[in-house]
Write a protein that binds this ligand. Sequence first.
Ligand code: NDP
Length: 322
Amino acid sequence: MQAIQILQTGGPEVLTLRDVPTPTPASGEALIRIEASGVNFIDTYFREGRYPAALPLTLGQEAAGTVVAVGADVTSVKVGDRVAWCGIAGTYAEFAVAPAARLVPIPDGVSAEQAAAAILQGMTAHYLSHSTYKIQSGDEVLIHAGAGGTGLLLTQMAKSLGARVFTTVSTEEKAVLSREAGADEVIFYTKTDFAAEVKRLTGGRGLPVVYDSVGKSTFEQSLTCLRLRGLMVLFGGASGAVPPFDLIRLSTMGSLYVTRPTLKDYIATREDLLARATGVLNGVADGSLKLRLEHTYPLAEAAQAHRDLEGRKTTGKLLLIP
Ligand code: NDP
């Protein structure tokens, strides 16, 4: 089968299309023919070596497709089932194996492309808005990169929970999309001081929570947007990693909280995984959660997908089609 692997870490040019053996499902695993694989920012962290991994590595950790074989002791899925999954390396490929316990059924009315587009970023938006900080009606929240794949979904969920939503974006086109997703106030953080703007828009109140996936270039200012005892949710570093931080500053800035959550810890049990996946995929099925499938690329063009994502050229979701 064909797969996109890295033999060394580096820029998008290290992504290599290779012929590799089709994997065989071990006990408890299923083999899935992939119909669409999601491209996520985390894939760029593995590619560049920010997150270490053994090489060669088949990139990608989000996909949807059809089960074509199962290993011993698998009863939860069977050949022919349509499934989606995330958090397991190896999806930039024609086939992948995954533990059957990590697969979720794709509901009728949801295509494989939609499932691959929704499962990772959708469950991320779900845990951030329902668990890391449980948004209450009337909360004022800030979501950075509001027109990104995760940002558009998080904005919709925050609105459905009754929040007043502030987002940041870099271009006018992205501002339009962010507003369409429900943002009440969109701030151009590349042109204006977003923290000053948040203070102005809240009459100096400050926010109970900031969702920051941009990291290095926004972290410090994000802290100043919070009210006393507010929560900083740092969930990514699209602009780079946040440098070491002196914890005493949380005290002097208003007894603030900081968390650095990751999806796998919010879907660690089968029960949590199914509850979040069902919430997201049913929302796609009934139209209450809108997906923006920005662009699909042939598998061989994975490097271009990474260039576009890192170059801030994209909105919504990018997919690779084997
Ligand atoms: P996005 O589609 O949101 O793309 C990233 C966006 O970040 C860009 O479009 C851009 O929007 C913004 N950005 C700001 N500064 C930069 C920069 N210097 N270089 C590149 N982009 C920049 O990607 P994803 O939805 O895939 O991921 C969003 C973030 O969420 C990532 O940081 C990712 O790691 C994180 N994430 C974390 C998870 C977790 O569980 N912790 C799970 C899933 C995602 P603009 O042009 O408007 O500034």
